[in-house]
Design a protein around this ligand. Sequence first.
Ligand code: ADP
Length: 422
Amino acid sequence: MSALKLGCIADDFTGATDLANNLVRAGMRVVQTIGVPDAPLAAEVDAVVVALKSRTIAPAEAIEQSLNALQWLQAQGATQIYFKYCSTFDSTPEGNIGPVTEALMDALGTDFTIATPAFPDNGRTVFKGYLFAGPVLLHESGMQNHPLTPMTDSNLVRVMQAQTRRKVGLIDHTTVSQGPPAIEARIQALRAEGVGVAVVDATSNADLHRLGPALQDLPLVTAGSGVAIGLPANFGLSPSAQASQLPPAKGLQAVVSGSCSVATNAQVAHFIASGRPARSIDPTSLMQGQTASVVQQVLAWAAPHLKEGPVLVYSTAEPASVKQVQDQLGVAQAGALVEHALAEVARGLVALGVQQLVVAGGETSGACVQALSLLQLQIGPQIDPGVPWCYAPTASGGVHIALKSGNFGSEDFFTKAFKVMA
Ligand code: ADP
């Protein structure tokens, strides 16, 4: 479809939604796809975000998936490519940010791109090439202990250089603060020095808006979701209510929560305290093939309540209780068992007529989207930073769905979400 402007490749699912949300807020109509579609784009939009799960897989596999996404986006007419990674630059010494960047540059035949995870709205800032998470350097933020991608060096020039054969340079804050012409001049100078990837400083949204125009002619941009706020203007787009317009919401309302994060625990408690119907699922009740009968009981409980407003089904629990379950079942087994049960609950709720569904938890969201066979999400209005309503056409008339990653959202998120949609 010729209207497509920006083609995005995200290395994880909720990160893709975060990027899509920023693009919509800056004026683009956006669809997020789950993996690389095997059919052409159905809707007319300004940007597509292809959500991969390539952050921690083997570099060769991440490259292959990313190149497949690139090919599909090019076939849809994308004129600029955006490779989106985490705002804490989650990666290992092997990648996958460096190797995927390099592969995309090769495929696009370009000698230069930028790299910056800066997202000031979420406290991620880059200064003199060092990444800060809130008030502290990345390697003091807790990210040094991440189980899969421990980040022990906050200097992104060094981190990126360890992952790529291309020379890595820096566009520092002094340059960025002078505006687009200075940034463009610096890009030319770095190119002349043989630099292929430049880390860019940004400590505020104003910096990102200064950076945007200087990126207009780059075939490839690599970044967290922050840089997205400055790109739609390059295509003549500005913030508009139209960009986030979804079909009117209808049907019954429900929340499914499998996140055990601090924020989600508070949201579940708030929903229960508001007097609305809520039902918990105890993970140990799912053992020995009991999932189907537990799901049936939950759905039988939900059916009469749904007519009176949103219901909540949750496995959300405090850390001590989660640990107890994990000790009993194993971490992976407990996670998979609960995700499967909640996904089946989501499917059952939709079969009961739910067409407005909030899901809490990154992995839980992935499981629910898969169980519901949703392939493309149109991105709508923001409920809270990083969490928009989405709409997915289905055989039974379409579903509005909000996918909330663990620590996002205000305490009243589960009731506020439906008010935003109304
Ligand atoms: P978040 O976005 O907060 O990290 P996720 O859905 O990504 O949430 O991850 C939560 C994980 O914890 C999932 O794998 C889920 O199945 C699992 N889980 C949910 N509730 C429980 C529980 N009560 N005990 C043990 N594990 C749980």
